[in-house]
Design a protein around this ligand. Structure first.
Ligand code: FES
Length: 164
């Protein structure tokens, strides 16, 4: 079979939403949601029922992968733009999508690592200060002096409340 014949077979709308749900493992309501959000398309048959192509299975798999990676739907939609013509995504298109997602994930991981490291200074601090806390105040110059609220005066031992 030539590539064109495969593409035509894959893009022919044949599946009901129930069949697509069973084969993809994605609920009917989620498929309808993705369709409303413009991530997947169907056509109507003579009885006005939605029909989906086999290529929709790959699109749904990519949506799931993108969601597992924590990507917003808007970004997944952008990546899937070539698939919205009804043409099945090919290997090169998936490589392009996965590369762009890898770069985005790398950037997100860096941001999360930075937040995690900044959070270390807040542990057991609890000042919630917009002036002193690096999480509330990312441009905090006092953060260079060490973790925690650097601007707070230490409480002298004699002033600490006594137990009992
Ligand atoms: S809560 Fe973040 S430094 Fe105090």
């Amino acid at each position: 079979m030539s590539r064109d014949i495969n593409d035509n077979a894959a893009s022919t709308p044949i599946m009901s939403v129930g069949a697509l749900s069973r084969r993809s493992g994605i609920s009917v309501s989620a498929i309808h949601f993705y369709e409303r959000e413009g991530l997947i398309r169907s056509t109507r048959n003579a009885a006005n029922h939605r029909r989906y192509s086999r290529a929709s299975l790959r699109v749904l798999a990519i949506i799931k992968a993108g969601q597992r990676a924590g990507l917003p739907l808007s970004e997944i939609r952008t990546a899937l733009t070539p698939a919205l013509t009804g043409k099945p995504l090919n290997r090169e298109e998936w490589q392009r999508i996965s590369e762009s997602w890898r770069d985005d994930l790398t950037r997100r991981i860096r941001v999360l690592e930075q937040v995690r490291d900044q959070l270390a200074g807040c542990i057991r601090c609890g000042c919630l200060s917009h002036e002193l806390c690096v999480l509330f105040n990312p441009a905090d110059r006092a953060a260079a002096e060490g973790p925690g609220a650097q601007g707070l005066e230490p409480v002298p031992v004699d002033d600490m409340p006594r137990e009992g």
